[in-house]
Design a binder for this molecule. Structure first.
Ligand code: FMN
Length: 190
């Protein structure tokens, strides 16, 4: 029997992204975002929903650029810190020791320690109640060679990405592969 949890923003799994931006003085900022995901393939786009009071939102409005990094579990604590304090008050790169690296194609930073980064140009902003959904066109994806598999494709286990449980307020690691997509369901085809 199912019970109702009411109208809540719950989904599984929620990603853990780190959004990198510069302010108008060139100060690098990084914030955690769990409300987001790929939203188009032509052009390739990602959406992240950001509270307009965050420094990150202001920065994106001004520079029209941001990065979306996928942190690894070795940097879970540094990542969490980026979701706890604002760039208005702190220099999160300095506090955590993460290395700010300027993206190649857009005016935004990312932490060199994170294995995957999407360089994004602002595509659109949608108002959703009190939130702002930021759509970024992905102009390049950078990945550490060491997290590629033998087939030269990104290996999720090696990337070490982790997800967010909004109800338990916990991070959890992602599991092992369980089947091939567009294949496992073939047994139900006539
Ligand atoms: C696990 C986690 C997920 C979060 N997801 C979001 C999110 O999707 N959108 C958002 O606006 N803030 C989110 N936050 C809060 C921001 O990361 C946080 O307020 C941050 O301090 C904003 O930094 P800034 O002011 O430097 O931009 C999240 C925080 C945590 C810890």
């Amino acid at each position: 029997m199912k019970i109702s949890l009411g109208a809540q923003p719950i989904a599984y799994p929620l990603p853990v992204f780190v959004i990198g931006t510069y302010d108008t003085n060139g100060k690098a900022d990084a914030m955690v975002a769990a409300w987001g995901g790929i939203c188009a393939s032509e052009p390739p786009c990602i959406s992240v929903t950001i509270n307009p009071n965050h420094q990150t939102f202001k920065n994106i409005q001004e520079t029209k650029a941001f990065t979306v990094s996928i942190p690894d579990r070795q940097h879970m604590k540094e990542t969490d810190y980026c979701g706890m304090v604002s760039g208005k008050d702190r220099d999160k790169f300095q506090d955590t020791g993460l290395t700010p690296v300027r993206a190649e194609h857009v005016s935004a930073p990312y932490a060199g320690e994170f294995p995957v980064v999407l360089e994004c140009r602002l595509f659109d902003i949608h108002e959703i109640g009190t939130a702002r959904q930021i759509i970024g066109e992905i102009v390049d994806v950078k990945i550490e060679e060491a997290v590629l598999g033998y087939d030269r494709k990104p290996d999720l286990q090696k990337i070490g990405a982790f997800a967010f449980d909004v109800m338990k307020m916990e991070y959890y690691s992602l599991g092992t592969p369980i089947g091939k997509a567009w294949d496992a369901g073939k047994k139900f085809k006539q």
